[in-house]
Design a protein around this ligand. Structure first.
Ligand SMILES: Nc1ncnc2c1ncn2[C@@H]1O[C@H](COP(=O)(O)OP(=O)(O)OP(=O)(O)O)[C@@H](O)[C@H]1O
Length: 354
């Protein structure tokens, strides 16, 4: 029988936690009843406070099962899970879930609740006053860029898919949980809405610094969003757990390479700001179009290919601070891709383009 007074202490400590909490999964295994092989086997991982970790892997490899064991929607068969060092398996499961944000693809908004009531669900369960809930709902709607005056009293069916997804995120953040679990949260939206939601969420995460596990099928999404990516195979076996840049640069094995697919070098360029490359002097004859030092080298390369020019100037604010050519981009990557980029430049020159 769990000790309720201890639980309350741990949970209120979690509730008052600013930013994120550490998560430690230690040799967790899940064998579903009636199955001969476990869905997740001997899974161990430590996630630092404020990290956004992506789980990527094929359908059925155990991503969702692994994640749902953290908020105990699924109980592990063996192993231990600690949040900020506290063993979650000793806590009351319902209480625990109120302190872990959860966003899923099919959103799960309550259709007969208004948007405000949906977002206020957990604060109500936690016994917050009406006024505090109202203020929090308005703050969160603004955070996810929905005007409270327009949306608070609408019902879910009166919102677009992307707007509903934003409400899903707002609802998960309502009680300011230190940990968020996100299961393909943007999976059901069209590519443009999805990119917008990803960018908005990254901006938000830069402010709130939650510890997040984010499940996706989409390696591109994993690269764009993750501080670290866990590439998983059958039974949630960790094939590689590292930063996007390191995985792209040094895939651990063929399995990981197959996930990366074609164009690893281009994907790496998308992660590196132009200002990180060795800049040459500002070039007065370069095309008028420029890249900001915070724009990625992928964007700089696109400019070079598009304009056919050998160099592009890099700006900080209104001021040009240097220039980039193919060789500078190559030097950041190492040998392989830049040669083909240089070939593209050579082809452009041979065709008489500027
Ligand atoms: N309740 C259950 N009972 C028995 N087996 C289950 C149950 N839930 C999931 N499984 C099995 O466990 C394995 C892992 O499933 P899980 O949903 O964790 O995978 P996933 O990687 O999240 O897949 P997807 O990307 O398709 O959602 C699968 O083989 C699945 O069929």
């Amino acid at each position: 029988m769990p000790d309720i007074s201890t639980n309350t202490g741990i949970l209120s400590a979690l509730a008052s936690r600013q930013g994120g909490a550490s998560i430690e999964l230690d040799r967790i295994t899940k064998l579903y009843p009636g199955q001969t092989a476990p869905a997740v086997e001997d899974f161990s991982m430590r996630i630092e406070p404020g990290e956004l970790v992506m789980f990527v892997g094929p359908s059925g490899c155990g991503k969702t099962t692994t994640m749902k064991m953290i908020n105990r929607i699924i109980e592990p068969t063996s192993g231990s899970i600690r949040i900020d060092g506290n063993d979650v398996l000793s806590l009351d499961a319902n209480e625990l879930r109120r302190h872990i944000g959860y966003v899923i693809q099919q959103i799960g908004l309550f259709p007969h609740f208004t948007i405000a009531e949906n977002i206020g669900t957990v604060p109500r369960l936690l016994g917050w006053s009406k006024q505090r809930i109202k203020e929090r709902v308005e703050e969160l709607l603004e955070t996810v860029q929905l005007d409270p005056g327009v949306f608070a009293n609408r019902y879910p069916r009166q919102l677009s898919g992307g707007q509903q997804q934003r409400v899903g995120v707002a609802r998960a953040l309502a009680a300011d949980p230190p940990v968020m679990l996100m299961d393909e949260p943007f999976g059901a939206t069209d590519p443009i809405t999805r990119e917008r939601l990803q960018a908005e969420f990254l901006r938000l995460q830069a402010e709130i610094g939650k510890t997040i596990i984010f499940v996706t099928h989409d390696f591109e999404e994993a690269i764009r969003m993750g501080d670290r990516i866990a590439v998983l195979s059958e039974r949630s076996r960790i094939e590689q757990f590292d930063t996007p840049a390191n995985i792209l640069k040094n895939p651990a094995n063929d399995y990981v390479s197959s996930f990366i697919g074609e164009g690893a070098a281009l994907k790496r360029l998308a992660l590196i700001p132009s200002g990180d490359a060795p800049l040459g002097p500002v070039d007065a004859s370069a095309p008028a179009s420029t890249v900001a030092s915070t724009d990625s080298l992928r964007e700089a390369l696109d400019h070079l290919v598009f304009t056919g020019a050998p160099r592009i100037n890099v700006t900080e604010g209104d001021r040009a601070v240097g220039s980039l050519d193919y060789a500078a981009i190559s030097s950041v990557l190492g040998a392989e891709a830049p040669r083909s980029a240089a070939r593209t430049a050579g082809t452009a020159a041979a065709e008489g383009r500027p």
